[in-house]
Design a binder for this molecule. Structure first.
Ligand code: NAD
Length: 508
């Protein structure tokens, strides 16, 4: 918000335009209720000590693995039936599983979840932004993230506005069939507020292409022309008319931004988008926080080009190997169904280190690709890198950024660094509306051009260097003074948004 206000002041933005952009158009909050499966909750150590002996003679129950999921919190979600009182492997709602451990049965029950959708601004096109399933979300957070989407779609020059939403829940504590029911119920309630030309959700933290498939099914269910509605949600699996390349797009966009950053280091006045082979990735060793969609995609694109992944921290642990971590093997490990937390913790080909050691590792690049607010002043002092490329949304706090700047550490700001996902979402929406299916090569080529040309406009604004090249034109955006990259990006966003208010005017 401070960045927005400072930039609006710098640009002497029309006060009415500034007011229009300062608050979301709509803040939608609702609850859903869903049935949660039977749960098996293991005895606590105290319960084992006090009552374990009472069940010594209890025989072990057999569960068919296809009917249960072990969840991240250690509970077992079990689908089909409540055990009958005649069942000899159950006593007082207690049963023995998995080689002797004792569990209480918590029978199927309804649960209420809080849901959000913030529609920030649609002057440039339909509201656009992800759906997050996470236990630490709030209306304030979604207001911030929805505004970020308005800036990001403007910077990317795609005809969308900004929105964001989600559910307050930890998805790792729900089984796949529960997630499906939650997603269907969420979309049932959200449907009146969205549409392919109104508001277009996409994946974010805790959601993925499978959930986007559930959303589409619920939204289009019973509609005669449902194939016309596919553009209501992006980030779908390519086999159900998602876009080729969408899964990797945010990581790929990040890769293109860093490539431009490296290229300008080699030749600061370059005014062409030169062949990427000329850029050296060999010197880029990097550490990363988060190995989900964004982090893993970036690593799997950058490492084959010569970069070296030396350490990864996620919610459950930190791993380190100075000789380099194989991103494909790590991806396989994290995605394995037996890795219930989907964490890098315990990856056998790297050693585990403490978070403090992680922050101080000597590397060229740090990629935050998890949650916001992680780089505070303390972390910024510890980071021993030349560049921070913001895969996550809002990873730097204000004082953290200040410290990075003082220490001369470069920053590629989130609104351009992680815009690849929303840009390819736009391509997906275009393909859906035109009933086309593009090759991945075509998607990546368009993405590269879009990211790199807009990145160069931002760079020109930052350097106060107006240029018209065959690839981009920054002449109408420079402000007459040099700016840092984040403010330069905001200048581009506000100028593009302002043009709509100026040229279209207001309905009174
Ligand atoms: P994801 O759910 O696929 O992965 C999140 C990762 O963050 C996991 O590895 C998780 O362990 C880690 N994490 C969660 N909490 C953590 C904590 N407290 N400490 C350390 N690590 C933690 O999410 P994603 O889609 O990869 O998104 C990551 C970030 O990128 C988010 O900030 C998101 O808003 C942003 N983003 C995502 C996209 C996209 O297309 N997916 C696009 C733009 C921005």
């Amino acid at each position: 918000m401070r960045l927005f206000l400072d930039t609006a002041q710098l640009l002497k933005l029309d006060p009415r335009v500034a007011l229009e952009l300062s608050e979301p158009h709509h803040e939608i909050m609702f609850t859903i209720t869903v049935d949660i499966n039977n749960r098996m909750v293991e005895f606590t150590p105290e319960e084992y000590a006090q009552r374990g002996k009472d069940y010594e003679d209890l025989l072990e129950s057999s569960l068919d693995p296809k009917y249960y999921n072990i969840l991240a919190n250690g509970q077992v979600s079990f689908r089909p039936r409540i055990f009958a009182s005649s069942d000899t492997t159950v006593r007082d709602g207690v049963l023995r599983l998995f080689g002797g451990r004792l569990y209480h049965i918590h029978p199927r029950r309804p649960e209420q979840l809080r849901c959000y959708r913030v529609q920030h601004n649609n002057i440039r096109g339909p509201y656009k932004g992800g759906i997050r399933y996470h236990h630490q979300v709030s209306l304030d957070l979604f207001k911030l993230l929805a505004a970020e989407m308005t800036w990001k779609t403007a910077i990317s020059d795609i005809p969308f506005g900004g929105g964001k939403g989600g559910i307050r829940m930890d998805p790792r504590n729900y089984s796949d069939d529960e997630i499906e029911r939650i997603s269907l119920r969420f979309m049932y309630k959200l449907k009146p507020f969205i549409g392919p030309n109104t508001d277009i959700p996409a994946p974010d933290v805790g959601t993925n292409s499978v959930i986007m498939g559930h959303f589409f099914r619920q939204y289009s269910d019973g509609e005669a022309e449902y194939h016309r509605l596919r553009g209501v949600v992006t980030g779908k699996d390519a086999r159900i008319w998602g876009s080729e390349g969408r899964e990797m797009a945010t990581g790929r966009g990040l890769f293109y931004c860093i490539e431009e950053w490296l290229r300008h280091r080699q030749s600061p006045s370059a005014d062409r988008l030169i062949a990427p082979e000329k850029v050296s990735w060999q010197d880029v060793n990097f550490t990363m926080q988060g190995y989900g969609n964004v982090g893993s995609a970036f690593a799997r694109i950058a490492v084959p080009r010569g970069a070296k992944l030396v350490a990864v921290n996620d919610r459950d642990g930190t791993i380190y190997d100075p000789a380099g971590i194989d991103p494909e093997a790590l991806q396989e490990y994290v995605a394995s169904p037996t890795n219930v937390k989907h964490s890098v913790e315990g990856f056998p080909k790297a050693r585990s280190i403490h978070l403090d050691e992680f922050w101080g590792l000597d590397a060229f690049l740090f990629v935050p690709a998890a949650l916001g607010g992680v780089i505070n002043a303390e972390v910024a002092h510890k980071l021993n890198v030349k560049l921070v490329a913001e895969g996550a949304n809002g990873p730097c706090t204000l004082d953290g950024e200040e410290v990075l700047r003082e220490r001369g550490i470069g920053i590629i700001p989130d609104i351009i660094a992680n815009a690849g996902g929303v840009i390819v979402s736009y391509y997906e929406w275009l393909q859906n509306n035109r009933q086309e299916h593009w090759t991945e090569a075509k998607v990546n080529e368009r993405l590269s051009e879009a990211i790199k040309s807009n990145y160069n406009v931002i760079l020109d604004i930052a350097a106060n260097r107006p240029r018209r090249t065959p690839f981009w034109d920054s002449t109408r955006y420079v402000t007459g003074e040099p700016l840092d990259m984040r403010m330069a990006a905001m200048v581009l966003a506000l100028r593009r948004l302002e043009a709509h208010y100026k040229l279209e005017g207001f309905s009174q």
